[in-house]
Design a protein around this ligand. Structure first.
Ligand code: COS
Length: 383
């Protein structure tokens, strides 16, 4: 459901103010302490950020994809670790349920997800199944009223805080590939679930990833998302189609922040008796970064609108994710370059953002997976 223009503007400007006044001042602290203060998480709840995309009838703000992107453009003008706190609730952790869940499942879980009372994570990746998601080996074998789940999930964002997991597991181990996979929405407090340690990462300190281990975990049969087994891979792919627009919007927000940082630094720093902003080689870098950030915004908005209109956007979502994640890497690199030696030391945000943006080219499908999806669709359409 689209918001009326006035409410939409109010939401976007309150998020922008929250970022400017509450998040930017503590970026460095969050990075050093590897922790977002509880008071900030509470403010995020109060702003409705955990429920941006959850339909209004379940207590969320019910934003469509275009509106969600507009909010992310603002929310991500700061360390992307803050977005990660809400990212799984509004994206990959909840959307399987929103798109394919039964009414009883949605009634029970979505209000808790929307309020931030429950954190929802997405369990697809495994030690042996990353890009080749259809090769996952976690099994869920039906035994009376339960599925007995065994397997390990890897790099699961927000797992230690999660109250529930969207879990992809093989209900038919005789069937290799996508067809034997089903999706479940599983409470995290079941016996037989262990969450591993927080992994040390290159960037985005304050956001955490863990292994989730299932050992003879008895998952009630009603946790199957939807009515039928074997639909889990397609669910995961559709969640990721949407997730790829979301990540591209995140990249756009970060890119716009870095373009601003680069410009302000170039206007402040003097060399050879002049502001470096007056040197054409610096201007060329600024212009390239601006051009790319603008292209990102346009691509994301266009694709989000198409999705809202009900079109199949699998190919365009991959175009957005591929372009935006690669471009924000170049923009972060130019930002370091414009800062010179100061860009390499941790006193400036440039160094931190340079590390933070590297993950965008990896998660929710590497750049090479996006190329594969784009080319597959092109060839199919041409055929
Ligand atoms: N929407 C709906 N259905 C889809 C789909 C989509 N976007 N993409 C694929 N499918 C369906 C196919 O139609 C096919 O169904 P049928 O068997 O009924 O024809 C089935 O899913 C298998 O598709 P495909 O053969 O294309 O699967 P592949 O094993 O070749 O894998 C890629 C496809 C590589 C695109 C997929 O494994 C992928 O996205 N990998 C990256 C995973 C990822 O992003 N991981 C990040 C971790 S999550 S944060």
């Amino acid at each position: 459901m689209a918001l009326d223009p006035e409410t939409r503007e109010q939401l976007i400007s309150s998020v922008a103010r929250f970022v400017r006044e509450r998040l930017v001042p503590i970026e460095d602290q969050v990075s050093r302490e590897d922790r977002i203060p509880d008071a900030i998480i509470q403010e995020m709840r109060e702003l409705g950020l955990f429920g941006l995309s959850i339909p209004a009838e379940y207590g969320g703000l019910g934003l469509n994809m275009e509106e969600e992107a507009l909010v992310l453009f603002e929310l991500c003008q700061t360390s992307p670790a803050f977005r990660s706190a809400i990212g799984t609730n509004i994206g990959i952790g909840s959307q399987g349920l929103v798109m394919f869940g039964r009414e009883d499942q949605k009634d029970y879980w979505l209000p808790k997800i929307a309020s931030g009372e429950t954190i929802a994570s997405f369990c697809l990746t495994e030690p042996g199944a990353g890009s080749d998601a259809a090769s996952l080996r976690t099994t869920a074998i039906r035994d009376g009223n339960v599925y007995v789940v065994n397997g390990t999930k890897r790099f699961i964002t927000n797992a230690a805080k999660a109250g529930a997991f969207t879990l992809m597991a093989r209900t038919n181990p005789d069937r290799k590939g996508a067809g034997g996979i089903s999706a479940f929405f599983v409470p995290s407090n079941l016996k037989g679930i262990t969450v591993g340690k927080s992994e040390r990462k290159m960037g985005q300190q304050g956001a955490h990833i863990h292994d989730v281990i299932f050992e003879n975990c008895e998952v009630p049969a009603e946790c199957l998302i939807g009515e039928r087994e074997g639909e889990g891979f397609k669910l995961a792919m559709q969640v990721l189609d949407r997730g790829r627009i979301h990540i591209a919007a995140v990249c756009t927000g970060v890119a716009e922040r870095l373009v601003r940082d680069s410009t302000l630094y170039a206007l402040e720093r003097e060399q050879f008796g002049d502001k470096i902003a007056n040197f054409q080689m610096v201007q060329a870098m600024l212009a390239d970064s601006k051009m790319e950030a603008y292209a990102m915004r346009c691509m994301v908005q266009e694709t989000a609108r198409k999705r809202d209109a009900g079109e199949n956007i699998a190919m365009e979502a991959s175009c957005c994710k591929l372009f935006a994640s690669e471009a924000v890497g170049r923009i972060a690199d130019r930002n370091v370059q414009i800062h010179g030696g100061a860009g390499y030391v941790s006193d400036y945000a440039a160094e931190r953002f340079y590390r933070d943006v590297r993950i965008f080219r990896l998660y929710e499908g590497t750049s090479q997976i996006q190329q594969t999806v784009i080319a597959k669709n092109m060839l199919r359409n041409a055929g």
